[in-house]
Design a protein around this ligand. Sequence first.
Ligand SMILES: *[C@@H]1O[C@H](CO)[C@@H](O)[C@H](O)[C@H]1NC(C)=O
Length: 111
Amino acid sequence: MQQNAKAPLLQVVLLSFLSAIGIQYFQQESQRATDVIKVVNDRYRDLLSDAEKNISEANEKMNEMQTQHDKDTVTMRYKLLQQEVKLKSLNSQIVTLQTERLELMNMPTFF
Ligand SMILES: *[C@@H]1O[C@H](CO)[C@@H](O)[C@H](O)[C@H]1NC(C)=O
C-alpha cells in the first residue's frame, strides 16, 4: 500500500525533472536559433548596405561618364562645324580661282 503510494510521486518527480531538462533544452535551442537568425540578419543587412553603396557608386560613375560623353559630343560637333566652315571657305576659294582662271584664258591677247 505504501509502496503503491510512493510510485506516483516518483513518477511525478521524474516527469518534472525530465520536463525541466526538456524546457532547458528547448530554451537553449531557442536561444541558439535566435543567435543564428541575428547573425543571418546582420549579414543580410551588411550585404544590402554594401550592394546599395555599390549601386550608388555605379550610378555616380555612369552619371560622370554621361556628362563626359555629352561634353565630348559638344566638342566634336563644334570641331566638325569648324571643319565644315573651313571646307566651305576652301570650296569658294576654288570656285573663285577657277573663275579667274577662265577669265584669264578668255582674255583677248593684246600682244
Ligand atoms: C561591392 O563592390 C565590391 C568591389 O567592386 C565587390 O567586391 C563586392 O562584392 C560588391 N558587393 C556586393 C554586395 O555586390
